[in-house]
Design a protein around this ligand. Structure first.
Ligand SMILES: Cc1ncc(COP(=O)(O)O)c(C=O)c1O
Length: 404
Protein backbone atom coordinates (compact mmCIF):
# COMPACT_ATOMS: atom_id res chain seq x y z
CA UNK A 1 0.00 0.00 0.00
CA UNK A 2 1.40 3.41 -0.89
CA UNK A 3 1.84 5.94 1.90
CA UNK A 4 -0.08 9.17 1.58
CA UNK A 5 1.79 12.35 2.32
CA UNK A 6 -0.43 15.30 3.23
CA UNK A 7 2.18 17.82 2.06
CA UNK A 8 1.43 17.23 -1.59
CA UNK A 9 -2.40 17.49 -1.34
CA UNK A 10 -2.12 20.52 0.96
CA UNK A 11 -0.22 22.21 -1.88
CA UNK A 12 -3.28 21.67 -4.14
CA UNK A 13 -5.43 23.85 -1.85
CA UNK A 14 -4.80 27.60 -2.28
CA UNK A 15 -6.40 28.57 1.04
CA UNK A 16 -4.14 26.15 2.91
CA UNK A 17 -0.98 27.29 1.14
CA UNK A 18 -1.81 30.98 1.56
CA UNK A 19 -2.62 30.48 5.25
CA UNK A 20 0.25 28.14 5.91
CA UNK A 21 -0.21 28.15 9.71
CA UNK A 22 -3.88 27.21 9.52
CA UNK A 23 -4.83 23.73 10.75
CA UNK A 24 -8.21 22.90 9.24
CA UNK A 25 -9.94 20.23 11.31
CA UNK A 26 -13.47 21.29 10.37
CA UNK A 27 -13.84 19.38 7.11
CA UNK A 28 -17.08 17.73 8.22
CA UNK A 29 -18.63 21.22 8.12
CA UNK A 30 -17.06 21.99 4.76
CA UNK A 31 -13.88 20.96 2.97
CA UNK A 32 -11.32 23.30 1.45
CA UNK A 33 -11.24 23.41 -2.36
CA UNK A 34 -8.36 22.27 -4.59
CA UNK A 35 -7.07 24.58 -7.32
CA UNK A 36 -8.54 22.16 -9.89
CA UNK A 37 -12.06 23.13 -8.73
CA UNK A 38 -11.37 26.87 -8.75
CA UNK A 39 -9.74 26.58 -12.19
CA UNK A 40 -12.63 24.57 -13.62
CA UNK A 41 -15.25 27.12 -12.51
CA UNK A 42 -13.15 30.06 -13.65
CA UNK A 43 -12.54 28.44 -17.06
CA UNK A 44 -16.26 27.76 -17.40
CA UNK A 45 -17.15 31.40 -16.68
CA UNK A 46 -14.35 32.74 -18.89
CA UNK A 47 -14.90 30.48 -21.88
CA UNK A 48 -18.39 28.99 -21.93
CA UNK A 49 -20.84 30.76 -19.61
CA UNK A 50 -24.38 30.35 -20.98
CA UNK A 51 -27.62 28.95 -19.62
CA UNK A 52 -28.16 25.21 -20.10
CA UNK A 53 -30.86 23.23 -21.92
CA UNK A 54 -31.95 26.35 -23.84
CA UNK A 55 -30.19 28.87 -26.09
CA UNK A 56 -29.78 28.28 -29.83
CA UNK A 57 -26.12 29.20 -29.85
CA UNK A 58 -22.66 27.71 -29.62
CA UNK A 59 -22.10 28.62 -25.97
CA UNK A 60 -25.50 27.31 -24.92
CA UNK A 61 -24.67 23.95 -26.45
CA UNK A 62 -21.19 23.93 -24.86
CA UNK A 63 -22.64 24.79 -21.42
CA UNK A 64 -25.27 22.05 -21.72
CA UNK A 65 -22.57 19.58 -22.70
CA UNK A 66 -20.40 20.60 -19.72
CA UNK A 67 -23.38 20.38 -17.34
CA UNK A 68 -24.41 16.93 -18.56
CA UNK A 69 -20.77 15.77 -18.54
CA UNK A 70 -20.68 16.83 -14.88
CA UNK A 71 -23.75 14.67 -14.25
CA UNK A 72 -21.90 11.76 -15.89
CA UNK A 73 -18.88 12.37 -13.62
CA UNK A 74 -21.09 12.24 -10.52
CA UNK A 75 -22.80 9.08 -11.83
CA UNK A 76 -19.44 7.48 -12.54
CA UNK A 77 -18.08 8.40 -9.09
CA UNK A 78 -20.85 6.43 -7.34
CA UNK A 79 -21.08 3.73 -10.05
CA UNK A 80 -24.64 4.61 -11.04
CA UNK A 81 -25.94 2.44 -13.88
CA UNK A 82 -27.10 5.63 -15.62
CA UNK A 83 -26.51 9.37 -15.38
CA UNK A 84 -30.31 9.90 -15.58
CA UNK A 85 -30.44 8.65 -12.00
CA UNK A 86 -28.46 11.66 -10.75
CA UNK A 87 -30.65 14.67 -9.91
CA UNK A 88 -28.75 17.86 -9.12
CA UNK A 89 -29.99 19.64 -6.00
CA UNK A 90 -28.68 22.45 -3.78
CA UNK A 91 -27.18 19.81 -1.50
CA UNK A 92 -27.97 16.82 0.68
CA UNK A 93 -30.66 18.77 2.54
CA UNK A 94 -32.57 19.66 -0.61
CA UNK A 95 -32.17 16.11 -1.93
CA UNK A 96 -33.86 14.71 1.20
CA UNK A 97 -36.62 17.33 1.00
CA UNK A 98 -37.14 16.33 -2.65
CA UNK A 99 -37.61 12.67 -1.70
CA UNK A 100 -39.89 13.58 1.23
CA UNK A 101 -42.10 15.82 -0.92
CA UNK A 102 -42.22 13.81 -4.10
CA UNK A 103 -41.83 10.15 -3.13
CA UNK A 104 -43.12 10.54 0.43
CA UNK A 105 -45.98 12.86 -0.53
CA UNK A 106 -47.23 10.48 -3.23
CA UNK A 107 -46.55 7.14 -1.49
CA UNK A 108 -47.09 7.55 2.24
CA UNK A 109 -50.32 7.65 4.17
CA UNK A 110 -51.60 7.65 7.74
CA UNK A 111 -50.26 4.68 9.70
CA UNK A 112 -47.13 4.24 7.57
CA UNK A 113 -43.85 4.31 9.47
CA UNK A 114 -40.54 6.01 8.76
CA UNK A 115 -37.65 4.67 10.85
CA UNK A 116 -34.83 7.14 11.36
CA UNK A 117 -31.49 6.32 12.89
CA UNK A 118 -30.65 8.20 16.08
CA UNK A 119 -27.36 9.22 14.42
CA UNK A 120 -29.03 11.43 11.82
CA UNK A 121 -28.36 15.07 11.05
CA UNK A 122 -31.41 17.36 11.27
CA UNK A 123 -31.49 17.30 7.45
CA UNK A 124 -32.53 13.64 7.66
CA UNK A 125 -35.06 14.16 10.47
CA UNK A 126 -37.01 17.38 9.99
CA UNK A 127 -38.21 16.80 6.37
CA UNK A 128 -39.67 13.45 7.56
CA UNK A 129 -41.38 15.08 10.53
CA UNK A 130 -42.89 17.65 8.16
CA UNK A 131 -44.02 14.85 5.83
CA UNK A 132 -45.49 12.96 8.81
CA UNK A 133 -47.47 16.06 9.80
CA UNK A 134 -48.89 16.29 6.25
CA UNK A 135 -49.70 12.60 5.76
CA UNK A 136 -50.32 11.11 9.19
CA UNK A 137 -47.31 8.80 8.77
CA UNK A 138 -45.22 8.19 11.90
CA UNK A 139 -41.54 8.89 12.51
CA UNK A 140 -39.79 6.49 14.88
CA UNK A 141 -36.15 6.75 16.01
CA UNK A 142 -33.89 3.70 15.81
CA UNK A 143 -32.04 3.73 19.17
CA UNK A 144 -28.35 3.27 19.91
CA UNK A 145 -26.62 0.61 21.98
CA UNK A 146 -24.47 1.55 24.98
CA UNK A 147 -21.46 1.43 22.63
CA UNK A 148 -23.26 4.13 20.57
CA UNK A 149 -23.82 1.79 17.61
CA UNK A 150 -27.20 1.57 15.93
CA UNK A 151 -29.20 -1.07 17.80
CA UNK A 152 -29.92 -3.63 15.09
CA UNK A 153 -31.95 -5.84 17.45
CA UNK A 154 -34.20 -2.87 18.14
CA UNK A 155 -34.39 -2.18 14.39
CA UNK A 156 -35.37 -5.81 13.73
CA UNK A 157 -38.17 -5.50 16.29
CA UNK A 158 -39.38 -2.20 14.79
CA UNK A 159 -39.47 -3.35 11.16
CA UNK A 160 -42.92 -4.45 9.97
CA UNK A 161 -45.09 -4.27 6.87
CA UNK A 162 -46.04 -0.75 8.07
CA UNK A 163 -42.41 0.36 7.62
CA UNK A 164 -42.14 2.27 4.35
CA UNK A 165 -38.74 3.91 4.73
CA UNK A 166 -35.55 3.55 6.76
CA UNK A 167 -33.24 6.59 6.87
CA UNK A 168 -29.64 6.05 7.84
CA UNK A 169 -26.35 7.87 7.51
CA UNK A 170 -23.31 6.26 5.90
CA UNK A 171 -21.13 8.13 8.44
CA UNK A 172 -22.26 10.10 11.47
CA UNK A 173 -21.20 13.74 11.32
CA UNK A 174 -20.88 13.72 15.12
CA UNK A 175 -19.29 10.38 16.06
CA UNK A 176 -17.92 9.17 12.72
CA UNK A 177 -19.91 5.92 13.13
CA UNK A 178 -20.36 3.88 9.96
CA UNK A 179 -23.52 1.81 10.49
CA UNK A 180 -23.54 -1.62 8.80
CA UNK A 181 -25.44 -0.40 5.74
CA UNK A 182 -25.64 -3.66 3.79
CA UNK A 183 -27.25 -5.40 6.75
CA UNK A 184 -29.67 -2.56 7.43
CA UNK A 185 -30.66 -2.35 3.76
CA UNK A 186 -31.24 -6.12 3.56
CA UNK A 187 -33.34 -6.03 6.76
CA UNK A 188 -35.46 -3.13 5.44
CA UNK A 189 -35.93 -4.68 2.02
CA UNK A 190 -37.06 -7.94 3.64
CA UNK A 191 -40.21 -6.13 4.89
CA UNK A 192 -40.65 -4.20 1.63
CA UNK A 193 -39.35 -0.86 3.00
CA UNK A 194 -37.19 1.57 1.03
CA UNK A 195 -33.86 2.87 2.35
CA UNK A 196 -32.43 6.38 2.10
CA UNK A 197 -28.69 6.64 2.76
CA UNK A 198 -27.23 10.00 3.73
CA UNK A 199 -23.71 9.97 2.25
CA UNK A 200 -22.96 13.65 3.00
CA UNK A 201 -20.00 12.75 5.23
CA UNK A 202 -18.98 9.41 3.77
CA UNK A 203 -18.41 10.50 0.18
CA UNK A 204 -15.10 12.27 0.89
CA UNK A 205 -13.69 9.22 2.71
CA UNK A 206 -15.31 6.02 1.44
CA UNK A 207 -15.79 4.50 -1.98
CA UNK A 208 -19.55 4.51 -2.52
CA UNK A 209 -20.92 2.11 -5.12
CA UNK A 210 -24.68 2.44 -5.39
CA UNK A 211 -25.02 -0.85 -7.24
CA UNK A 212 -23.15 -2.80 -4.57
CA UNK A 213 -24.93 -0.91 -1.77
CA UNK A 214 -28.45 -1.67 -3.07
CA UNK A 215 -30.02 1.38 -1.35
CA UNK A 216 -33.04 3.10 -2.91
CA UNK A 217 -32.02 6.73 -2.40
CA UNK A 218 -28.59 8.26 -1.73
CA UNK A 219 -27.89 11.95 -1.07
CA UNK A 220 -24.77 14.10 -0.79
CA UNK A 221 -23.37 17.65 -1.01
CA UNK A 222 -20.45 18.80 -3.18
CA UNK A 223 -18.98 21.16 -0.59
CA UNK A 224 -18.16 18.28 1.77
CA UNK A 225 -16.18 16.48 -0.91
CA UNK A 226 -13.81 19.28 -2.02
CA UNK A 227 -16.42 20.80 -4.37
CA UNK A 228 -18.33 24.09 -4.48
CA UNK A 229 -21.25 25.17 -2.31
CA UNK A 230 -24.78 25.35 -3.68
CA UNK A 231 -24.84 21.95 -5.33
CA UNK A 232 -25.31 18.32 -4.39
CA UNK A 233 -27.27 15.39 -5.69
CA UNK A 234 -29.93 12.81 -5.18
CA UNK A 235 -29.30 9.38 -6.64
CA UNK A 236 -32.30 7.04 -6.80
CA UNK A 237 -33.42 3.84 -8.46
CA UNK A 238 -34.72 4.63 -11.93
CA UNK A 239 -38.13 3.02 -11.37
CA UNK A 240 -38.64 5.18 -8.27
CA UNK A 241 -37.66 8.39 -10.07
CA UNK A 242 -39.91 7.55 -13.01
CA UNK A 243 -42.92 7.12 -10.70
CA UNK A 244 -42.19 10.26 -8.64
CA UNK A 245 -44.19 13.44 -9.35
CA UNK A 246 -42.39 16.79 -9.67
CA UNK A 247 -42.01 18.75 -6.46
CA UNK A 248 -41.18 22.22 -7.78
CA UNK A 249 -42.60 23.73 -10.96
CA UNK A 250 -40.96 26.06 -13.46
CA UNK A 251 -38.77 26.04 -16.51
CA UNK A 252 -36.58 23.07 -17.42
CA UNK A 253 -38.79 20.44 -15.72
CA UNK A 254 -41.60 20.36 -18.29
CA UNK A 255 -42.31 18.56 -21.56
CA UNK A 256 -45.15 20.90 -22.72
CA UNK A 257 -46.98 23.74 -20.98
CA UNK A 258 -50.44 25.04 -21.79
CA UNK A 259 -53.32 26.45 -19.79
CA UNK A 260 -55.19 23.26 -20.68
CA UNK A 261 -52.60 21.13 -18.93
CA UNK A 262 -48.88 20.68 -18.50
CA UNK A 263 -46.76 17.58 -18.96
CA UNK A 264 -43.43 16.94 -17.33
CA UNK A 265 -39.96 16.02 -18.51
CA UNK A 266 -38.59 12.59 -17.63
CA UNK A 267 -36.07 12.32 -14.73
CA UNK A 268 -33.71 13.86 -13.86
CA UNK A 269 -34.89 17.17 -15.43
CA UNK A 270 -38.39 16.68 -13.95
CA UNK A 271 -36.83 17.47 -10.56
CA UNK A 272 -34.61 20.38 -11.65
CA UNK A 273 -37.00 23.33 -12.01
CA UNK A 274 -35.37 26.64 -12.94
CA UNK A 275 -31.81 27.45 -13.87
CA UNK A 276 -29.59 24.85 -12.25
CA UNK A 277 -26.22 25.57 -10.60
CA UNK A 278 -24.39 24.74 -13.82
CA UNK A 279 -21.01 26.36 -13.11
CA UNK A 280 -21.00 24.67 -9.70
CA UNK A 281 -21.82 21.36 -11.40
CA UNK A 282 -18.63 21.77 -13.44
CA UNK A 283 -16.71 22.50 -10.21
CA UNK A 284 -18.32 19.48 -8.53
CA UNK A 285 -17.16 17.21 -11.36
CA UNK A 286 -13.65 18.71 -11.09
CA UNK A 287 -13.61 17.92 -7.35
CA UNK A 288 -14.63 14.30 -7.93
CA UNK A 289 -12.11 13.96 -10.76
CA UNK A 290 -9.40 15.41 -8.50
CA UNK A 291 -10.26 12.89 -5.79
CA UNK A 292 -10.35 10.02 -8.26
CA UNK A 293 -6.85 10.89 -9.44
CA UNK A 294 -5.54 10.41 -5.89
CA UNK A 295 -4.76 7.05 -4.32
CA UNK A 296 -8.00 6.72 -2.36
CA UNK A 297 -6.99 3.69 -0.33
CA UNK A 298 -3.78 5.47 0.70
CA UNK A 299 -5.86 8.51 1.74
CA UNK A 300 -8.16 6.27 3.78
CA UNK A 301 -5.17 4.63 5.51
CA UNK A 302 -3.66 8.08 6.14
CA UNK A 303 -6.90 9.39 7.67
CA UNK A 304 -7.22 6.29 9.87
CA UNK A 305 -3.62 6.71 11.08
CA UNK A 306 -4.33 10.36 11.96
CA UNK A 307 -7.49 9.35 13.80
CA UNK A 308 -5.53 6.74 15.77
CA UNK A 309 -2.88 9.34 16.60
CA UNK A 310 -5.66 11.63 17.84
CA UNK A 311 -7.33 8.90 19.92
CA UNK A 312 -4.02 7.79 21.48
CA UNK A 313 -3.14 11.40 22.33
CA UNK A 314 -6.54 12.23 23.83
CA UNK A 315 -6.27 9.15 26.08
CA UNK A 316 -3.24 10.82 27.71
CA UNK A 317 -4.90 14.18 28.39
CA UNK A 318 -6.89 14.61 31.61
CA UNK A 319 -10.40 16.01 31.44
CA UNK A 320 -11.32 15.02 27.89
CA UNK A 321 -12.48 11.88 26.11
CA UNK A 322 -13.76 10.83 22.71
CA UNK A 323 -17.46 9.93 22.71
CA UNK A 324 -18.24 6.38 21.61
CA UNK A 325 -15.98 3.71 20.21
CA UNK A 326 -18.02 2.20 17.40
CA UNK A 327 -16.74 -0.87 15.64
CA UNK A 328 -16.44 0.93 12.30
CA UNK A 329 -15.83 4.64 12.14
CA UNK A 330 -14.54 7.39 9.91
CA UNK A 331 -12.06 10.15 10.82
CA UNK A 332 -14.47 12.24 12.90
CA UNK A 333 -14.22 12.57 16.68
CA UNK A 334 -16.49 14.32 19.16
CA UNK A 335 -14.66 15.37 22.30
CA UNK A 336 -16.44 15.72 25.64
CA UNK A 337 -14.84 17.60 28.54
CA UNK A 338 -15.07 16.87 32.25
CA UNK A 339 -15.32 20.52 33.29
CA UNK A 340 -14.17 22.83 30.48
CA UNK A 341 -16.75 24.37 28.15
CA UNK A 342 -16.22 23.28 24.54
CA UNK A 343 -16.68 26.88 23.30
CA UNK A 344 -13.86 28.09 25.57
CA UNK A 345 -11.58 25.32 24.36
CA UNK A 346 -12.41 26.08 20.72
CA UNK A 347 -11.55 29.74 21.34
CA UNK A 348 -8.07 28.79 22.57
CA UNK A 349 -7.65 26.49 19.58
CA UNK A 350 -8.73 29.26 17.21
CA UNK A 351 -6.17 31.58 18.80
CA UNK A 352 -3.59 28.93 17.88
CA UNK A 353 -4.93 28.81 14.28
CA UNK A 354 -6.68 25.47 14.74
CA UNK A 355 -10.23 25.34 13.34
CA UNK A 356 -12.71 22.87 14.86
CA UNK A 357 -16.46 22.90 15.36
CA UNK A 358 -18.40 23.07 18.61
CA UNK A 359 -22.09 22.74 19.36
CA UNK A 360 -24.77 20.15 18.67
CA UNK A 361 -23.65 19.63 15.05
CA UNK A 362 -27.27 19.78 13.80
CA UNK A 363 -27.94 16.52 15.62
CA UNK A 364 -29.93 17.48 18.73
CA UNK A 365 -31.66 14.08 19.18
CA UNK A 366 -28.24 12.40 19.17
CA UNK A 367 -26.91 14.98 21.66
CA UNK A 368 -29.89 14.21 23.92
CA UNK A 369 -29.11 10.48 23.68
CA UNK A 370 -25.46 11.23 24.51
CA UNK A 371 -26.58 13.52 27.36
CA UNK A 372 -24.38 16.29 26.00
CA UNK A 373 -25.24 19.93 25.39
CA UNK A 374 -22.49 20.15 22.85
CA UNK A 375 -19.18 18.63 21.88
CA UNK A 376 -15.98 19.78 20.21
CA UNK A 377 -15.68 18.01 16.88
CA UNK A 378 -12.40 17.25 15.16
CA UNK A 379 -12.83 16.15 11.55
CA UNK A 380 -9.91 14.95 9.48
CA UNK A 381 -9.48 15.05 5.69
CA UNK A 382 -6.90 14.12 3.06
CA UNK A 383 -4.92 17.36 3.48
CA UNK A 384 -4.32 16.96 7.23
CA UNK A 385 -0.98 15.77 8.54
CA UNK A 386 0.51 14.18 11.66
CA UNK A 387 1.84 17.65 12.49
CA UNK A 388 -1.76 18.98 12.58
CA UNK A 389 -2.76 16.36 15.14
CA UNK A 390 0.40 16.79 17.23
CA UNK A 391 -0.22 20.53 17.39
CA UNK A 392 -3.92 20.07 18.24
CA UNK A 393 -3.04 17.70 21.08
CA UNK A 394 -0.40 20.05 22.47
CA UNK A 395 -2.69 23.10 22.44
CA UNK A 396 -5.56 21.05 23.86
CA UNK A 397 -3.41 19.80 26.76
CA UNK A 398 -2.15 23.35 27.52
CA UNK A 399 -5.68 24.76 27.33
CA UNK A 400 -7.20 22.18 29.66
CA UNK A 401 -4.43 22.77 32.19
CA UNK A 402 -5.08 26.49 32.00
CA UNK A 403 -8.85 26.11 32.37
CA UNK A 404 -8.60 23.53 35.19
C1 LIG B 1 -24.53 13.73 7.76
C2 LIG B 1 -25.03 15.01 7.15
N1 LIG B 1 -26.17 14.99 6.44
C3 LIG B 1 -26.65 16.09 5.85
C4 LIG B 1 -26.01 17.29 5.97
C5 LIG B 1 -26.59 18.49 5.30
O1 LIG B 1 -25.75 18.89 4.26
P1 LIG B 1 -26.00 20.28 3.51
O2 LIG B 1 -26.09 21.31 4.57
O3 LIG B 1 -24.80 20.42 2.63
O4 LIG B 1 -27.26 20.11 2.73
C6 LIG B 1 -24.83 17.38 6.71
C7 LIG B 1 -24.14 18.66 6.91
O5 LIG B 1 -23.41 18.85 7.85
C8 LIG B 1 -24.32 16.20 7.30
O6 LIG B 1 -23.19 16.21 8.01
Amino acid sequence: MSVWSAAQPRACFPLLTQQSELIWLDSAATTQKPLAVLDAERAFYEQINANVHRGAHRLGHAATEAFEAARSSVAHFINSPSRQQVVFTRGATEAINLVAHSWGGSQLQAGDEILISMLEHHADIVPWQMLAARTGAMVKPIPLTDALELDLDALAAMLSPRTRLVCVTAMSNVLGTRPPLSRIIAMAHAVGARVLVDAAQALAHDVIDVQALDADFLVFSAHKVFGPTGIGALWARMELLEAMPPWQGGGEMIARVSFDGTTYAPPPLRFEAGTPAFAQAVGFAAALNWLQQQDRSAIAAHETALYQQLAAGIAHIDGVHILGAPHDKGPIASLAFATAHPYDVAQFLDNADIAVRVGNHCAEPLMQALQQHGTLRVSIAAYNSAHDITRLLAVLAETLELLA
